[in-house]
Design a protein around this ligand. Structure first.
Ligand code: FES
Length: 131
């Protein structure tokens, strides 16, 4: 598994995204309510650049006849035809078992030195993508 440093944590605040090209793939990295997720930037419907879509929430049912809005920042709508995907899982909202987008692991790690060891002070964490 390859490791790619995407940015400093301070460069991607809640609600923000970055679309990166890594390993020949276009991948969207999202900060959804303080947690980072990564999705392939290609819609399974007709291949639109999915990660350019609007990020919203969705209507949740609480009991028969009642609905409430929730999950703000966790639903990604395809910019071409509006299919909606769960940013946290890559699964579509309408058919989560059959229609999904490839997801990738994302971690927040302390800044590392890599070869020789010196005393290092960590000032900021970085967002790291594993493909
Ligand atoms: S290409 Fe994404 S919904 Fe059609």
């Amino acid at each position: 598994m390859e490791r790619y440093v995407i940015c400093k944590v301070t460069e991607m605040q809640t609600g923000q995204r970055k679309i990166v090209q890594v390993g020949g793939r276009s991948i969207g990295v999202f900060n959804a309510n303080g947690t980072y997720y990564a999705l392939r930037n290609s819609c399974p419907h007709q291949g639109a650049p999915l990660c350019l879509g609007r990020v919203t929430g969705t209507t949740l049912s609480s009991q028969p006849g009642q609905y409430r809005y929730g999950r703000e920042g966790e639903v990604l709508a395809c910019p071409w035809h509006g299919w909606e995907f769960d940013v946290t899982t890559g699964k579509s909202l309408f058919d989560p078992q059959k229609c999904l987008v490839k997801t990738y692991d994302v971690a927040v790690e302390p800044v590392q030195d890599s070869v020789e060891t010196y005393k290092v002070s960590v000032e900021e964490d970085v967002v790291v993508l594993y493909v």
